[in-house]
Ligand binder design. Structure first.
Ligand SMILES: [Zn+2]
Length: 68
């Protein structure tokens, strides 16, 4: 998928990602995902548009390098 190749996580993205990766609790991880999506929606709208355009329905968050 091409959208994430051009995606440069900002400081806040990285903070949320590391917060999520440190969290093993599923509820917390889910909260982190929502927070991250909200952040992307407000701060990286070009990414959201690319995701909406290209996002395969069956894609999982594990498929995205920034979730590591
Ligand atoms: Zn960001």
């Amino acid at each position: 998928m091409k959208f994430y190749i051009e995606f440069e996580p900002c400081k806040e993205c990285k903070a949320i990602i590391s917060e999520m990766s440190e969290n093993t609790d599923e509820i917390q991880t889910d909260e982190g995902s929502k927070k991250f999506l909200r952040h992307i929606t407000y701060n990286h709208s070009e990414i959201v548009q690319a995701i909406i355009k290209d996002f395969p329905k069956e894609a999982k968050k594990e498929d995205f390098p920034w979730f590591k």
